[in-house]
Ligand binder design. Structure first.
Ligand code: ADP
Ligand code: MG
Length: 312
């Protein structure tokens, strides 16, 4: 089967860790061991991943270093994070496949742009906090000077917010499909991809926004015609009444059933909400099966024995 695997934050950084390089490398190695189990079982895997903590760190470095070296805009920071994370995955994939005697499956990481609509309503309602916290005074100064949006973030200080527009397509779709069809293990669209808009003259331009990695993952799954779209995270399955009396894990559900639970408000915005939305889009667009499962049960979930299986 061809599987698009979307990895959550826990694939690279565990809660409570500081994010030193050795920790991230170790987490990526554990993640890759799960992925290589699927490759061993002869599945064709395409990988995407989040970048929240990593791009957050890059933004802080840019901000604090700006007296000495110019700070870079968000699209460039996003590209930087894709390279950083993609390199860790390629190194681990290469070494692990070699150790396990898997031949002819070279990994490759692609810096990927994802198109968004310049008229997306998200641009007039920025919601996604990014970068370092600041004082009210500094935030107000930045807003006046740059036109950026800053908000007070739950008593923790002021923080910049950017738009989270809907992904419409993967710019590198042809390159990715060529690589996948030749047997490469492709890592693409990291952090939801670098958001770009098409200008009236046809040219592309990077924008300061963040695309949800699960929704971008769905676009990638559709582009590579994946049989399965698999979202791996830090819970074993999707629940209704999550962390409440009557909590129940969903094993196998149809899109209609999940949509009814979604309307009842069982999936939190910013965490399970976008995963369910992305999974629903995949099966509504002709996908055969979407899975939301724990990273630790990747192969079991693919075989239908674990996680939440969403079918048309
Ligand atoms: P990732 O980094 O993998 O995208 P998120 O934190 O964004 O992870 O989303 C996973 C989290 O969603 C889980 O840790 C869980 O706390 C939360 N969550 C919210 N609603 C639900 C639900 N209905 N069922 C299961 N998990 C849920
Ligand atoms: Mg998330």
């Amino acid at each position: 089967m061809r599987v698009l695997v979307a990895l959550g934050g826990n694939a690279i950084l565990q809660p409570g860790q500081r994010g030193v390089a050795a920790e991230q490398r170790e987490n990526v190695q554990k993640t890759v061991e799960q992925i290589v189990r699927m490759i061993r079982a002869s599945h064709e895997v395409v990988i995407t991943h989040g970048n929240g903590p990593q791009v957050g760190a890059i933004l802080i470095q840019n901000e604090l270093g700006s007296a000495k070296v110019p700070a870079m805009p968000m699209d460039l920071c996003g590209a930087e994070s894709q390279g950083l994370i993609g390199y860790m995955f390629c190194q681990s994939l290469e070494n692990t496949m070699r150790r396990e005697g898997i031949e002819g499956r070279e990994p490759v990481c692609l810096v990927t742009r994802v198109e968004v609509n310049p008229d997306d309503p998200a641009f007039s309602h920025p919601t996604k906090p990014v970068g370092p916290f600041s004082t009210e005074e500094a935030a107000r100064k930045r807003m006046a000077e740059t036109g950026e949006h800053w908000i007070e973030d739950a008593g923790r200080g002021w923080r910049r917010v950017v738009a989270s527009p809907d992904p419409t397509g993967i710019v590198e779709r042809n390159v990715i499909n060529t690589l996948v069809s030749k047997g490469f293990v492709v890592v693409a669209s990291g952090g939801g991809g670098i958001p770009v808009v098409r200008r009236p003259d046809g040219s592309l331009e990077g924008v300061e926004a963040v695309i949800d990695k699960d929704l971008a993952g769905e676009r990638l799954a559709a582009e590579v015609k994946a049989d399965v779209f698999m979202i791996l995270t830090d819970v074993p399955a999707v629940s209704v009444n999550y962390r409440q009396p009557g909590e129940r894990r969903l094993h196998r559900v149809t899109a209609d059933e999940v949509e009814a639970f979604e309307r009842e408000g069982h999936f939190k915005a910013g965490s399970m909400g976008p995963k369910v939305k992305a999974a629903l889009r995949f099966v509504r667009n002709g996908g055969k099966r979407a899975i939301i499962a724990s990273l630790n049960d990747a192969l079991e979930a693919l075989e239908g024995a674990s996680g939440t299986q969403i079918v048309p």
